[in-house]
Design a protein around this ligand. Structure first.
Ligand code: SF4
Length: 130
């Protein structure tokens, strides 16, 4: 019998997460990149999704355009952030399916940079081996 039972990880259940350590990301399935991702206007400019000029457009018009282009799901007027589009399996638009690495790592949104120091369970993450 296999004594090394695979740990069950549920990205929506933070009690199944483990404490984050440096280098834990190597060989992880990147379930963190299946959670909703918030992006500010500044993030979108850095990511090359919009130009600095477009960032000055009325947010309603910009949101409509970005939705049409399949880049964002919605805009929160309360928090002034966009929610990036995810694929049907919840993978982030920028998550490379084979390597499970971020395709825009150097330009990724601040919310990704600050994770998991800031997140649903600060200091913990839904680590799962690839
Ligand atoms: S932008 Fe990159 S780091 Fe952020 S959720 Fe998407 S794939 Fe992950």
């Amino acid at each position: 019998m296999d004594k090394q039972k695979k740990r069950r990880v549920d990205v929506d259940d933070t009690s199944t997460w483990i404490q984050y350590k440096r280098r834990l990301c190597n060989g992880c399935r990147a379930l963190c990149c299946t959670m909703p991702v918030e992006a500010t206007l500044a993030d979108l400019v850095r990511m090359g999704v919009i130009t600095a000029f477009e960032a000055g457009e009325p947010v309603k018009i910009l949101t409509r355009k970005l939705k049409k282009d399949g880049m964002v799901e919605r805009y929160s007027t309360k928090n002034k952030v966009f929610a990036l589009v995810r694929f049907a399996n919840n993978d982030c638009l920028y998550l490379e399916p084979e390597s499970r690495k971020c395709g825009i790592y150097e330009k990724r949104p601040d919310t990704c940079r600050n994770y998991p120091i800031v997140g649903p369970r600060p200091g913990f993450c839904p680590f799962e081996e690839q």
